[in-house]
Design a protein around this ligand. Structure first.
Ligand SMILES: [Cu+2]
Length: 146
């Protein structure tokens, strides 16, 4: 019985010493143990997903245009933009609306409840008319040029 206890203590000591040595030597094999030490590194890896949306923007070099839907109006309701522009419709109204192409299929937001957002990137040159399918008197136009 005594021998077993001594063996246990020795075994625990050996494990503790091995772990201690590996941590001290900064071995990357023990990622879990060394990661807390390398906080700046793990922070920079956590930031990596962030540049993705920015890359899309800087790649096209075009800022998105925001259209507010307010008081049953698209504002602005007449937009001229370059090919590749992203337009974002934001329903800031107290009722539901939609952004639906007239004579085409480019825009099809479905029902946007208050607070909903619909975005669309225009990759084709042309004039795109749209309306609110719930209130067909609400209309807007997007003109896309080269
Ligand atoms: Cu509407």
């Amino acid at each position: 019985m005594k021998d077993k206890k001594v063996l246990m203590v020795v075994a625990i000591l050996v494990v503790v010493l091995v772990v201690f040595f590996l941590v001290r030597s900064g071995s990357n094999q023990l990622g879990i143990l060394t990661n807390p030490v390398a906080t700046p590194e793990s922070q920079s890896t956590a930031i990596t997903p962030n540049p993705e949306p920015t890359t899309v923007q800087s790649g096209s070099k075009l800022s998105p245009i925001v259209v507010s839907i307010r008081g049953s109006n698209f504002s602005p309701n007449n937009i001229s933009a370059k090919k590749g522009t992203m337009i974002i419709w934001r329903n800031e109204d107290s009722q539901s609306h939609s952004v639906t192409s007239v004579g085409g299929t480019e825009l099809s937001s479905g029902t946007l409840i208050p607070g909903d957002v619909y975005s669309h990137k225009f990759n084709t040159i042309g004039t795109f008319k749209y309306k609110c399918s719930i209130h067909p008197t609400m209309v807007g136009t997007v003109k896309i040029t080269e």
